[in-house]
Design a protein. Structure first.
Length: 298
């Protein structure tokens, strides 16, 4: 049995950490946008006497903790040999939600082969994200699609995610080395700073749910939490001359909207630049071969 699925990436502008004993209610409140570049996973699932999960990312064998956890949530203790081949279109650990996109695309492909509902794939990926500490709200945001405000923490329907109008081109700029979300979230001082600033910024966007407000609050969050390094601050300031910009949470990178060509030219002097769009479609099955026939889905 074989299937392939795609999940968009996700950029978070600001957030508040919200933990809960119920993993489906845990995660974060925050805001960001789903982007057209993401992860495509091909999954081969074969009944076996002993369970095994192998993951390859961009041609290299990977520990892929989040993806493996998501697959285990779906198959339980059953004996399956699972092979996952994932291609990422954006770099990992740069605030682009690649761990979530990779695990969710793999979970969706596995779910259709197991005869499970799409929601079960979302739940598996969300739980894996929280358990691994590699993310908090990316799966919930991708679940909704577009530009999103995570009003209540957790995966819907436990959580609540609303969509903000807008479909701009998004310019991404990678200005430094990878940041490990897990390590940042372990720092109690940083967690307090994040929650002190993140909560009221979320509340203000609830009152004024616009893309402009989201971008303004994202910049405030990046600067006031101290998460933005001087290098990132310079990139934000440079990009802000041609639109609005902030730090991608959590990575050594920025995201910006405005005059795309001028943003590209300005940021290319200090960063690796990637241009994408807001994704409003969400995760989707590319194709599936549950038995001997090819099933195509949009």
């Amino acid at each position: 049995m074989k299937a392939k699925a795609f999940s968009p990436g996700h950029v978070t502008g600001f957030f508040e950490i919200c933990m809960d004993d119920d993993l489906l209610s845990a995660g974060s409140r925050g805001a960001g946008m789903c982007v057209s570049l993401g992860a495509t996973s091909e999954v081969v699932l074969v009944p076996a006497t002993k369970q095994s999960i192998k993951v390859t990312i961009n041609g290299k064998s990977s520990k892929a903790e989040v993806t493996k956890r998501a697959i285990r949530h779906l198959i339980g203790e059953k004996g399956y040999r699972v092979e996952v081949i994932t291609e990422l279109e954006l770099p990992i650990s740069q605030g682009f939600g690649m761990s979530a996109a990779g695990s969710l695309s793999a979970a969706m492909a596995a779910a259709i082969l197991l005869g499970k509902e799409r929601q079960e794939a979302y739940e598996a990926a969300h739980k894996a994200e929280i358990e691994s500490g590699c993310g908090l709200g990316d799966v919930a945001a991708i679940h909704r699609g577009g530009i999103t405000l995570r009003r209540r923490p957790g995966l819907p329907p436990a959580g609540e995610v609303i969509r903000i109008k807008g479909e701009p081109e998004v310019v991404l700029g990678i200005v430094g080395r990878r940041l490990l979300t897990k390590e940042i979230l372990k720092d109690e001082h940083k967690r307090r700073e994040i929650n002190d600033k993140g909560g009221y910024l979320v509340d203000s966007v609830v009152k004024e749910p616009t893309l402009e407000k989201l971008m303004t609050n994202s910049r405030i969050f990046a600067l006031e939490t101290g998460l933005a390094t001087k290098k990132i601050q310079r990139a934000i300031d440079t990009a802000s001359m041609h639109g609005q910009a902030s730090m991608s949470m959590l990575g050594s990178s920025v995201f910006a909207i405005g005059d795309t060509q001028k943003l590209k030219e300005a940021l290319s002097r200090m960063a690796e630049v990637i241009v994408c769009k807001v994704d409003t479609i969400g995760p989707r099955i590319v194709w599936a071969v549950p038995d001997s026939s090819l099933v195509k889905r949009k």
